[in-house]
Design a protein around this ligand. Structure first.
Ligand SMILES: [Zn+2]
Ligand SMILES: [Zn+2]
Length: 156
């Protein structure tokens, strides 16, 4: 499936944030990744640092945002337990390797390969985000997506 989405990007260190229309990253063939259509994305102090994009290992363009709430739009081939249309949050925890000693002990937050949306891959200041399925948290029907988004930051 090919589609476009607007993302807010920074293209150089200390550059301004500007909208970019880009192809959505389809999870087809990415096995356990999903694409979430973003309804709401919070702005966190950690995003200010991310948007400054001054890290030596920064990969441009940077799309900040790790307080995301939306609806699943596309599923990778091997994703289990989620369906298109499910309401999901993505927070500071953006996925882990699944096979290191920390992951095998359930301590995924300390995985040396732990990912953070907006730092490890394009984040939620966009209409669409593609993330590993283990980064998802289910949002109850009675919780508004706008209210749910900032909870993702502490969701680690
Ligand atoms: Zn790990
Ligand atoms: Zn945060």
């Amino acid at each position: 499936m090919s589609d476009t989405a607007v993302a807010m990007v920074v293209t150089r260190p200390l550059g301004s944030l500007s909208p970019l229309v880009a192809q959505t990253a389809s999870p087809t063939g990415m096995w356990v990744w999903v694409r979430v259509s973003v309804t709401a994305s919070g702005m966190c102090n950690a995003d200010i640092g991310g948007a400054a994009a001054t890290g030596a290992d920064t990969v441009f363009p940077v799309v900040p945002g790790h307080e995301i709430a939306g609806v699943i739009a596309e599923l990778g081939d091997q994703v289990q337990g989620w369906s298109v249309g499910d309401r999901a949050a993505v927070g500071w925890f953006g996925g882990s390797c699944g096979h290191c000693a920390f992951c095998r002990a359930g301590d995924v937050v300390h995985c040396p390969e732990r990912k953070v949306p907006g730092l490890s891959y394009p984040g939620g200041w966009a209409q669409s985000i593609t993330v590993p399925a283990d980064a998802l948290a289910r949002i109850p029907d009675e919780l508004d997506l706008v209210d749910a988004a900032p909870l993702g930051c502490a969701g680690a």
